[in-house]
Design a protein. Structure first.
Length: 311
């Protein structure tokens, strides 16, 4: 809940550091939903919400999360017209969600002709941390907050394939070079120079290394650290596994134009096979049993919060 003015006048962030329990679970406003076809999606949605809420109640009572407000909201995109806040989870439909937000915001007529670069580098959408404190509090309190998540291993393998198995002018020189240098014995000159050809096992060694040669990246950061689902009370939890029906139900909930549907197209490398449970199993074979277990442990909060089971 929004603090009252008196609390606001003390140190603006101090009250937030004392928030350990999630705010109450508000009922979703379903007045704009038309037709009876959303019943199953809605019932799944309610189960996800109460599951996360119950988990956070148990988890937060043991572990005190202390994080600054501005950091908490740094991944959240704002769409003021329909009063929605979207926390971006990379590799879980985020490019198409940003396209949809641009259409909702009147910045584009259709989600289908917005390029990948325009979505990610166009600076068309505002993030919540760009507002002043009052603007942040008001939106957190009044807007419909939503998040889309994905099975942690599928998300991880999808990120690896996207960033390391295709030419990439950022991830190869920045991450690839450092990873090959530290984890590949007898690496040849070419690999050290370009950073291309990182193997999945090397990538996992980097991920699990407490002394990583390069920092974390949003594409494989845990959702618990990108979106803080136990401190920010998301009204809607979509899953990549049921992306289209969840997304189209959400668009109904917020009163999106009737002709706006969530895009079906794959944003990049459209000829590649999608990262499925079977694809993930092939990659996991490259790891030792211990590495697999440690990778699951790395994402254990994401597994627990969103009720995923390991492969």
């Amino acid at each position: 809940q929004l603090p009252d003015q008196k609390k606001m006048s003390e140190s603006p962030l101090s009250w937030f550091r004392r928030v350990y329990l999630p705010p109450a679970l508000h009922p979703l406003n379903k007045t704009l939903v038309k037709g009876g076809k959303w019943k199953d999606v809605d019932s799944t949605q309610e189960k996800r919400r109460s599951f996360l809420y119950d988990f956070c109640k148990k988890y937060n009572s043991r572990k005190k999360l202390q994080t600054h407000l501005v950091h908490l909201v740094s991944r959240i995109y704002v769409e003021d017209r329909h009063k929605v806040l979207y926390c971006e989870v990379p590799k879980a439909g985020c490019s198409n969600w940003k396209r949809v937000l641009m259409v909702l915001n009147g910045l584009a007529a259709s989600a289908h002709n917005i390029s990948h670069d325009d979505v990610h580098y166009g600076k068309h959408l505002r993030k919540l941390d760009s507002y002043d404190l009052k603007g942040i509090y008001t939106r957190l309190d009044m807007y419909t907050k939503f998040i889309f998540v994905r099975d942690p291993m599928e998300r991880l393998v999808s990120a690896f394939r996207d960033k390391f198995e295709h030419p990439n002018s950022y991830y190869h020189p920045v991450f690839g070079k450092a990873i090959i240098k530290k984890y590949r014995h007898n690496a040849d000159e070419e690999a050290l120079k370009t950073g291309s050809g990182v193997k999945f096992k090397e990538f996992i060694q980097y991920l699990l290394d407490s002394h990583r040669p390069v920092g974390m990246d949003i594409h494989w950061e845990q959702v618990s650290k990108l979106c803080y689902p136990c401190l920010i009370n998301y009204d809607f939890i979509g899953k990549f596994e049921t992306l289209e029906e969840d997304a189209n139900y959400f668009l109904q909930l917020v009163g999106a134009p009737a002709n706006l549907e969530f895009p079906k197209f794959k944003d990049r490398h459209s000829s590649d096979e999608r990262t499925s449970a079977e694809v993930v199993r092939q990659y996991l074979k490259e790891l030792s049993k211990e590495e697999r277990q440690l990778t699951y442990d790395f994402y254990y909060l994401d597994y627990l919060m969103f009720n995923y089971t390991s492969h």
